[in-house]
Design a protein around this ligand. Structure first.
Ligand SMILES: [Zn+2]
Length: 219
């Protein structure tokens, strides 16, 4: 089930007040068009009816994909909105359950799931990319879906976001697969854990690398 409600938004530019539809619980099997709006950013952006200025609207969403057995709990960027768990534990035991702290992370989880990739491998891959690109602290690297090139090859699209804008990078699917095979065997990654709420983010990847290399130095 999805839940939909309405909130009042004040335009940051002209103070015009208008209603904005929010989706505290979003079931994308029942409301697939809302998944597209989430991925495009529309679901959490209000456009002022008076002056046309866009404003990001920060609200908690429980994202639910029954087909891919994924739930993502975004609690809102101020961390104040808490969601109660709406489904029985019995149903969730077959699910990948994720907690995210930002809108960008929510959208990225949906892209990862849609591309049938492993989010643990994705975080490790992004950390490796960041090191190669000498990423600055305030920058963020996000996976943004699969693109098909003119020659028919499939690429992973990444977007590097910083204060001055964003840049996109395409990585051949084969490079990601090679990386995935290597880390899965050397880090001993098993099947993703199901039925447990986990935070799989940059910190997760940093910890995996640290644990891995500290084990190496002991042996
Ligand atoms: Zn306005």
């Amino acid at each position: 089930m999805s839940t939909r409600s309405s909130t009042s938004i004040t335009c940051p530019q002209c103070d015009h007040r208008q209603d904005f539809e929010i989706w505290p619980s979003l079931n994308v099997d029942l409301d697939p068009e809302q998944k597209d709006r989430l991925l495009s950013g529309e679901l959490m952006r209000s456009i002022c009816g008076e002056c046309g200025v866009g404003a990001e609207v920060n609200y908690a969403i429980l994202y639910h994909d029954m087909t891919r057995q994924l739930m993502v709990n975004f609690t809102g960027e101020d961390g104040k909105d808490e969601l109660s768990n709406p489904l029985s534990e019995r149903i969730l035991t077959d699910y990948q359950l994720r907690i995210v702290a930002t809108r960008n992370a929510l959208v990225e989880k949906v892209w990862i799931s849609t591309a049938s990739l492993d989010d643990r491998v994705m975080e490790l891959f992004k950390l490796t990319m960041e090191q190669q690109m000498n990423q600055e602290d305030e920058e963020e690297l996000l996976f943004a879906g699969i693109e098909e090139a003119e020659n028919g090859e499939r690429n992973l699209r990444f977007v590097r976001v910083n204060a001055s804008g964003s840049e996109s990078y395409d990585v051949p699917m084969g490079s990601f697969q090679d990386f995935s095979d290597t880390v899965s065997s050397s880090f001993g990654l098993g099947a993703p854990e199901l039925g447990e709420w986990l935070t799989i983010d940059r910190q997760f990847a940093i910890k995996m690398f640290r644990d891995h290399f500290s084990e190496d130095s002991k042996s």
